[in-house]
Design a protein around this ligand. Structure first.
Ligand code: NDP
Ligand code: ZN
Length: 172
């Protein structure tokens, strides 16, 4: 519990000036908290490393956080899970999205659980509080891409995969 709370404080600080892309610009930290909540309370995941990695999952990609910093604060194992779900920001968007599909089956089981929760939460957000200005086509494109990623890791956690499929049923 103490380590999870320290990850929450760390992520809240790192994301403090960021907002989600929905119309009311929700605080960014709501999203990592939603992942951990889905994992623990819907997916029955009790692996502390997975819950902590979920809280931290967007720190390297979206804030000034380095791998070394995560290793120092949370250890090598958690840092590795976060890095496994971090896109290479130097690559063009289309390539990053293609690589997520290609790599989904090869990452660790812990990273697969974080990825499942991330896609579940993003589909729910796009269905319920979508990024401002997204057309129906763009929403559908995101749903279909997310499904290709998740189809690549099926078998990792059937319950979370069912929860993903339920979120997918709300495809616009
Ligand atoms: P973005 O990557 O720009 O946005 C999606 C990401 O935004 C999510 O993965 C999530 O990040 C984050 N996010 C923040 N707020 C929300 C929210 N409220 N709901 C859901 N996600 C949120 O978009 P795309 O994935 O669409 O990537 C760009 C692609 O879109 C390109 O491939 C481009 O070709 C295509 N495109 C399509 C258009 C169309 O009309 N069809 C128009 C323009 C571009 P995180 O996962 O980190 O939490
Ligand atoms: Zn995310």
């Amino acid at each position: 519990m103490n380590r999870l709370l320290s990850a929450l404080a760390f992520a809240a600080h790192k994301h403090r000036d960021q907002r989600r892309k929905d119309a009311v610009a929700s605080p960014y930290i709501n999203h990592p908290i939603a992942l951990a909540n889905v994992l623990a309370n819907e997916g029955d995941v009790d692996d502390e490393r997975v819950l902590i990695a979920a809280v931290l999952h967007d720190t390297v990609e979206d804030t000034e956080t380095s791998e070394q910093e995560l290793i120092r604060e949370f250890g090598q194992e958690i840092a590795s899970i976060v890095l496994e779900v971090t896109d290479d920001q130097l690559l063009p968007t289309a390539e990053r999205k293609r690589l997520q599909v290609e790599h989904a089956g090869t990452i660790s089981r812990q990273a697969k659980l974080v990825k499942l929760a991330d896609k579940i939460c993003n589909l729910r957000d796009i269905a319920g509080s979508p990024p401002a200005g997204w057309s129906v086509e763009r929403k559908r494109e995101y749903f279909d891409w997310a499904k290709s990623v998740i189809d690549g890791l099926r078998g990792a956690h059937p319950l979370l995969e069912d929860i993903f499929d339920e979120a997918f049923r709300h495809r616009p």
